[in-house]
Write a new protein. Sequence first.
Length: 393
Amino acid sequence: MPDIDEKDKLIAHLQSELDILTDVLHVLPGNVYWLDDKGFGKGCNNNNAKAFGLSSPAEFVGKHLLDYVDNAGAEKVQSNNLEVILSNHEKSVEEPVVDSQGRTSIYLSQKTPFYDRNGKLQGVLGVSFDITERKKMEENLQKAKQIAETANQLKAEFIHNMEHDIRTPFSGIYGIARMLAETETDAVKKDFLNDISNCAKELLEYSTGILDFSMIESGSIPVVSKKFSLKKLVDGLTAMETPPAKVKGIEFIARCENDVPSVVIGDRYRLQRILINLISNAIKFTNSGHVSLSIKKEKEIDNRNIILSFVIEDSGMGIPKEKQSVIFEKFTRLGPSNQRMHQGQGLGLRVVKQFMDEMDAEIDIKSVVNKGTTFVCTFPFKLPLIDNIMDDD
């Protein structure tokens, strides 16, 4: 038998340990509480007592929450506690609680059943954290998101409405000036008309690039697969790109191999914008030699699916190796704009890359400085049941 001194020391030690645990419990962050299997309080920490206007944790013992808080939130809390006890399963839940001063707070509560050393169910243990400020922030963020989405939708609608009105006059000026230049015999007037045509084409490309990029950013250009004529698309590209090539004294060639189908199903708009951007860039950066577009069949998967490649090749200035990995980033140019060597808004190739990704296509580049650049664009297309096209605008 231990003597009295040893027993007193042991009791003092255990009391000290109990005091430490009690102190730790009371300063734990959040509200900590435990209830018996009927929902009556058995203990809590200081934060929990303070949250409900109790003078000390001792007031919590033996009372129902409804004994000192009379509101619908308290009923919900009590219901959650009893559910954990009856179901014998832990539960995580958000609970609105009105305090003694009438202020509503939102708590994130983790509740779990707890047992004594013999495995007998004693009640429920809960730990709750006040997330009222976080919920307010979430609500404000949600409101800000809705405002931003509304503004973005208005911007998309504005761009969609303005698209035709902006492009049409530029296209008209370009087309009329080009036709007049082809028939004009006076050399001075012909040069003026060619200058007008080239300026209109640049403005058309700038506005188209900005509109395309804006619509990409707002997600307002749906991918549309429909039947279209490759020949008509290539003829249109040739008619548009040949004049600026002639002005620079270079040759633009477009050719299509014999086994390439004349009609395919795919996103004609995206394909056209990709080719226009790449061909226009090639002409812009080529001062002598040629620019060419070649279309060939790479693979016929089955009688309804085919892979075609579009190769844009030029004999121009080329792209340095260190620039090839960044040319598809927005607002990227090969050199400073103030040198006026490489004009443009730096969006064309960004639009190309975005459209390629949306079409599940691939783009590869091979370039040597002062010798030229080759872009190889590979696209999947479907083959139509019949080649007849009702609408190919």
